[in-house]
Structure formats: structure tokens, C-alpha cells
Design a protein around this ligand. Structure first.
Ligand code: PLP
Length: 383
């Protein structure tokens, strides 16, 4: 699995790296996809091997719409969906189509570090917005809107990466009102929305697309397999028209028709639904175990909250702690994490760290928490 010729992640043997924000190899659904593939590849025709229709495979979009409708508890129409090769690719395409170099955008502080890399590729000027336990502070956004004119706001509203917080319903509504008033787009990265481990969550930003200011990014990376490179954008007719008419699709046709056809079978056969339930059970167990171990081992001065979904636990250390520096020692002890500075668009958050519970199983998470606690206690003696 740890093969550098094919895998992005390559961990040294024995390393428990909480930085790995992806499913463990054992959770990758090989048997399930074999079943779906034999169903899909059994027929006599293979339209999914031809160039696809620009908006993405319509049969796939129809089953995806039903699937989302069930999980969002809100109507979703296949006509609102555009097929992407994953949320990252969707985000890159939106930057190409709706922004130009030098434009201002708003992002949360902290934000998904690899989205920041995409914004850098597009030479966008970033203004960061503070968050609290209820997500993005919308009043602060409103104040900044009197001084800046962003083309879009990039937000991760549910089970945020890295902080795990979720934007409340009232704030979502307020945000959409502001986007209409000040004429900016909201790019809502909702890749963790379906991975909820508690009962009630706010409606996805996708349910506000009537405003014609909201674009919601979804992905099969977190609920099925990242290697499929398959996701979607849900949005209203005006924005959709702009996306579907772009040159990339004129030349290459709709994105990823082959993966769309396979995943269509996984949904039609109920396999995706089973996989989602399995993932939720597994990740809940992992989260509970890691939270328990952290509460037991970490000094009280390290703060964190238990997430209700997603992959991450965000550690906040006392001011002055440099998690980048501490990571050097952690790696010597065969444990890793991502330092907070990676998630900052203004070189801040040095006293924070992101742990993920998606990759390792319970005994490894417990072992890793123990190793990490020893490193932290030793490092913090200086404070
Ligand atoms: C917030 C967020 N957006 C996007 C992605 C990447 O999604 P995809 O694999 O669909 O490109 C991730 C993966 O870590 C993520 O955490």
C-alpha cells in the first residue's frame, strides 16, 4: 500500500502520523467496487467509454440526486448537479471561471491548507476571517465587506477541516443574505457533510442555491474512495450554465464518465449506502478512542473539543508553543501531526495542531496519543 510509485501518502514503518487525513487502506472498498464494476461492465454497450456529456453522466446525476436528497433531507434535482473529478478539481475550475489573478477572496482562519495552495496557483489575494465555536463569525465578515469586495468566500461549513466546527443554521442564512447584498459567491466545501456522528446537523449550504450565489462542492473521496477522483458541484441555473459552457468541457467532454458509471452502480445496488454506514461506525469508534486517550494523556492546558463528524481534532496549545518546532521531536518518536501554521493564510496558528482519526485503527490511535503526550509534556516543561 505504501508504494511511492502509486500512493500519495508514504509513511515510514512504525510511524503513527495523525497528519494523514484519509481513509486507512483497509477501508478502501475493493470488493464493493468489484461488484459494482461487474454489474456495470457486464452489458453490451459502453457509452461511459466515449466522451461524456458536458454536465456529467445524466444517469449518474439522477441517482446521485436521490442519494443526496435522502441524506440532506432536502430536495436535490439532477439538473442542479455538475460532475467533477473531485472537490479539489471542482475548486480549481471555479477559480478559473469566477476569478482572475489579483482578485480578492475571503477564507476562514484556519482553512483547508491544500485549498490555500489552489488559491496561490490562481494568484488570488486572500483576506482571512476569524471563526469561533459556531464557525465563521458572520458579523466580522459583514464588517470586512464594507472595506473589501471579494469575488468569493471559500468556507467549509460542516465539520470543518481542520477545526471540526459547524456553522449554525442562522449564520448560514445570514451569510447567504450578505452574499446577495454584497454580490459575492459562496463556495461551500461540503465534503464532510455526510460524515456526521451525531443526530442533528444544519442543512447543507447546497440547500441555499436558489440565491444564485452558492456553489456546493461534494466528493466521493470521503464516503467511498479518493482514488475514484469523483465529486460534484451543486448550484443554481445561472452559475451552472457558466460552468457547463467552459472550454475544458468543450474539448474533453464531461468529467470522469467511467468513474461516474461505476459509482452509479454502487448507489443503485445500495453498496454506497452500506459503505457510508460502515465508515460512520468505524470513524465514530476511532474518534471516541482518540478523544478518550487525549483526555487521559494530554496536559489540561492543551484544549480541544470532541467533533460531531468529519476526520479531525484541533489541538490548541498555550500561546508561545510552536507546534512546527515540536513536530521535529515528535517525528523522532515516530508520531506525527500537521502544525497549525499550515492552515493559516497569515502565518499564524503556530500554537495549534491538527490530528486526524481517519487513517489508523483504535490500538494505533491509542499508542500514538501516548507517544504524542510524552513529546508534548517534555516540550511544555519550558513554559
Ligand atoms: C475540506 C476538503 N476539501 C477537499 C478535499 C479534497 O477532496 P477531493 O479528494 O474530492 O479533491 C479535502 C480532503 O482532505 C478536504 O478536507
Amino acid at each position: 500500500m505504501n508504494d511511492p510509485r502509486i500512493a500519495q501518502l508514504n509513511l515510514p514503518p512504525g510511524m503513527i502520523d495523525f497528519g494523514a487525513g484519509q481513509p486507512s487502506p483497509a477501508l478502501l472498498p475493493l470488493a464493493l467496487l468489484r461488484e459494482a464494476a461487474s454489474n456495470r461492465l457486464d452489458g453490451k454497450e459502453a457509452p461511459f467509454l466515449a466522451y461524456g456529456t458536458n454536465q456529467g453522466d445524466g444517469y449518474f446525476r439522477a441517482v446521485l440526486a436521490d442519494f443526496l436528497c435522502e441524506h440532506y433531507h432536502a430536495p436535490v434535482d439532477a439538473g442542479q448537479l455538475f460532475v467533477t473529478a473531485g472537490a479539489s478539481m471542482g475548486l480549481d475550475l471555479l477559480c478559473t471561471l469566477f476569478a482572475k489573478p489579483g482578485d480578492t477572496i475571503f477564507v476562514e482562519e484556519p482553512s483547508y491548507f491544500l485549498a490555500l495552495r489552489i488559491f496561490a496557483d490562481h494568484r488570488l489575494k486572500i483576506i482571512s476571517l476569524p471563526m469561533d465555536a459556531g464557525g465563521l463569525i458572520v458579523e466580522d465578515l459583514e464588517e470586512k465587506l464594507t472595506r473589501h469586495s471579494p469575488v468569493f468566500l471559500y468556507t467549509i461549513p460542516t465539520f470543518h477541516n481542520p477545526s471540526s466546527v459547524t456553522l449554525g443554521t442562522d449564520r448560514r442564512k445570514h451569510l447567504v443574505e450578505l452574499s446577495r447584498k454584497y454580490k459575492f459567491l459562496i463556495i461551500a466545501d461540503e465534503v464532510y457533510h455526510l460524515l456526521n456522528y451525531a443526530s442533528e446537523i444544519p442543512p447543507p449550504m447546497a440547500s441555499f442555491i436558489v440565491s444564485d450565489t452558492v456553489l456546493s462542492l461534494g466528493s466521493f473521496s470521503k464516503i467511498l474512495a479518493p482514488g475514484l477522483r469523483l465529486g460534484w458541484i451543486q448550484t443554481g441555473p445561472q452559475l451552472l450554465k457558466h460552468i457547463v459552457g467552459c472550454g475544458l468541457l468543450d474539448s474533453g467532454g464531461g468529467l470522469n464518465p467511467f468513474a461516474s458509471a461505476l459509482v452509479r452502480s454502487t448507489i443503485e445496488m445500495g453498496l454506497q449506502q452500506t459503505q457510508l454506514a460502515t465508515l460512520k461506525t468505524t470513524y465514530t469508534e476511532r474518534k471516541v478512542a482518540l478523544i478518550y486517550a487525549l483526555k487521559e494523556y494530554l496536559p489540561d492546558s492543551v484544549r480541544f473539543v470532541e467533533p460531531d463528524g468529519g476526520f479531525f481534532i484541533w489541538l490548541v496549545f498555550p500561546e508561545g508553543v510552536d507546534t512546527g518546532q515540536m513536530r521535529v521531536e515528535a517525528r523522532r518518536k515516530n508520531v506525527g501531526y500537521l502544525p497549525g501554521i499550515k492552515f493559516s493564510s497569515r502565518n499564524g496558528l503556530k500554537n495549534c495542531a491538527r490530528l486526524s482519526f481517519s487513517y489508523f485503527d483504535v490500538p494505533e490511535l491509542e499508542e500514538g496519543a501516548g507517544r504524542l503526550a510524552l513529546v508534548i509534556k517534555k516540550y511544555m516543561k519550558r513554559f
